[in-house]
Design a binder for this molecule. Structure first.
Ligand SMILES: [Zn+2]
Length: 303
């Protein structure tokens, strides 16, 4: 397996004058005929409570010190996965698009850095319907960005976001997520393919239901001649707690106990079979493996 990391940083005076840089990075893994790139859509800016609200203060202080976190908040990266096998150009998730946060929605620039345009993408495989994964479906004129692509999502995930009752049941702070998701899925509703757990999305790419973060969250398992690789989306949502204490409930998950059960089962599999994976919000392109420790797991940036 061959790995390279490339980091692109726009250093024009104009870019530096902004509160955030126009920065993106790509990490490339070659597995036989399959080439996988992790692309940056930018990053999010979130209050610490998003990840830590339910934890004791002493635990939070210790975690922040251990991971060098600033008191002002979290700035998780957003890693999209791009797979090319010579026939298909497959994008996993769509990024935030223009309407969610000014620090995210950069995937088109990341594709450009690889010499690709949105029209080159043949398939879009969606892990779940949250804004930073789905809202990039539409551009600022409400036109689909990846106009040539076939879309796929979990059946349960599609049904959840398209249910008119979800905007009420999801809670006030996520009501805008429901409105934004249904508006975007509506655009592709006639053609989007809905996947069942264990169904093959494309030859060698299998949907794995990992519910809890959202009701129909999917990970995607990619089989190559050189072994498997898993796109885990937000089933492993951070590197501060999810590995050390995977069984702890996270307020970023919509059903924290169910998400914790999915996370524990997924980590068990990834560690037992030493499967490399890409996490949407994990550091350094999000690619790595896990090793079991005394009490939980350790994320390694190694492939
Ligand atoms: Zn999410």
């Amino acid at each position: 397996m061959h790995l390279s990391r490339r980091h692109f940083l726009a250093t024009s005076a104009a870019a530096l004058a902004l509160p955030y840089g126009r920065a993106w990075a790509a990490t490339t893994v070659a597995m036989g005929p399959v080439r996988i790139d992790s692309l940056s859509d930018g990053h999010l800016e979130l209050p610490l409570d998003f990840a830590f609200a339910d934890l004791p203060e002493a635990e939070v202080s210790a975690l922040m010190a251990r991971h060098g976190l600033a008191a002002g908040g979290l700035t998780p990266p957003c890693n999209l996965t791009l797979l090319r096998d010579g026939t298909n150009t497959v994008l996993f998730d769509l990024g935030s698009g223009p309407d969610f946060m000014p620090t995210a929605g950069k995937v088109i620039e990341a594709l450009e850095a690889l010499g690709l345009t949105p029209e080159d993408v043949t398939h879009v495989l969606i892990t779940h319907g949250h804004p930073d994964h789905l809202w990039g479906l539409l551009d600022e004129f409400d036109e689909p960005v990846f106009a040539q692509a076939e879309y796929m999502i979990g059946q349960a995930e599609f049904d959840y976001w398209m249910d008119p009752a979800t905007v009420e049941s999801i809670g006030e702070e996520r009501a805008s997520f429901a409105i934004g998701a249904s508006r975007r899925l509506e655009v592709v509703a006639d053609s989007i393919r809905k996947l069942a757990d264990g169904e093959e999305a494309l030859p060698g790419i299998t949907a794995r239901l990992t519910p809890g973060h959202t009701p129909g969250h999917l990970a995607y398992e990619i089989a190559t001649p050189e072994g498997a690789l898993m796109v885990v989306g937000d089933a492993i949502g951070n590197h501060h707690i999810a590995f050390e204490r995977p069984d702890w409930p996270s307020p970023s998950d919509q059903d924290p106990p169910l998400a914790a059960a999915s996370r524990v089962a997924l980590l068990e599999r990834l560690a037992a079979d030493s499967i490399p994976f890409i996490g949407y919000h994990l550091p350094q392109g999000g690619i790595g493996r896990v090793e079991k420790t005394e009490t939980g797991y350790r994320f390694t940036g190694e492939i």
